[in-house]
Design a protein. Sequence first.
Length: 76
Amino acid sequence: MLLPKEIHEDITAYNKESFELLKDNPWLVPAVLAVSTAPIVISAYGFWKNRQLSKKLKIEREKTKQLALKQVESRR
């Protein structure tokens, strides 16, 4: 098992490597942000579209009910 000092050294080394990578390739920052935000945007859009379509479905069901009631009333 790693001791706290060894863990700290490993994390420091990892951070140093990461910062060097970003320093050498600054274009990675916007690319990584775009890739990581894409699922969030897609999920939000899907949720919004689902709510919109469910509302349309409720309206159409109500129209169908009203039409059926009118047909029953006109037969009497």
